[in-house]
Ligand binder design. Structure first.
Ligand code: BEZ
Length: 210
């Protein structure tokens, strides 16, 4: 199944390291970062899941739950968890879905035939409280993801939901933002601080959430 931005994130039930879950019920109106990894007991995946566990507090601050999936069985996930804790310096802090029949991975288009086998690639789905897919990232198996970027995307999505703004290149919370093209410069000056019209179509303002 091919999923696009704005689609409803498909619901499913699955076995996880935290027991059986029904995805939408588990999600319970939170933001979710749902990411796949190719296989258990592999080096890049171990570093990624360790890092994601270490960022548990950062995700919580943003009202965001994390959950991972791979096509390996739950017994393997559980046997691997201590390594993730050791490498990441903190215990595994979120469920890993077991998907040996590929039902969840196929539902989320996380298996790419060109990648050589039937394991999942490194997909990341950002899902909002209304269960809408808001961002999709896909990395090949050989390239570990940057979890600072994943947090930054959550920040940018939440910032652009809260105000009529976009975030410019390399934006981080507190940096200047771009006023929505739908807003006049006069209205922007009434709403935001330090509005600067660099071009008629490019107006910067202070981050209203800073
Ligand atoms: C890894 O996590 O190290 C990995 C997994 C599958 C293929 C290549 C690398």
């Amino acid at each position: 199944m091919s999923l696009h931005l704005g689609d409803t994130a498909p619901d499913f039930t699955a076995d996880t390291t935290d027991g059986k879950i029904a995805f939408h019920e588990w999600k319970d109106g939170s933001w979710v970062v749902f990411f796949s990894h190719p296989a258990d007991f592999t080096p890049v995946c171990t570093t990624e899941l360790g890092r994601a566990s270490g960022l548990d507090g950062e995700f919580s601050k943003r009202g965001t739950k994390t959950i991972a999936v791979s096509v390996d069985p739950v017994e393997d996930h559980k046997a691997w968890a201590p390594d993730i804790g050791e490498v990441g310096g903190t215990p595994l802090s979120f469920p890993i879905i077991a998907d040996p029949d590929h039902s969840v991975s196929e539902l989320y288009d996380m298996i790419h035939p060109g990648e050589g086998d039937t394991s999942t690639v490194r997909s990341v789905y950002f899902i909002d409280p209304q269960n809408k897919i808001r961002t999709i990232l896909t990395y090949p198996k050989s390239v570990g993801r940057n979890f600072d970027e994943i947090l930054r995307v959550v920040d940018a999505l939440q910032a652009t939901d809260a105000n009529p703004i976009s975030t410019p290149v390399d934006w981080r919370p507190g940096d200047r933002v771009i006023v929505s093209p739908a807003m006049s410069t006069d209205d922007a000056r009434a709403r935001f601080d330090n509005v600067e019209e660099l071009k008629p179509y490019l107006r910067y303002a202070d981050d209203p959430q800073a």
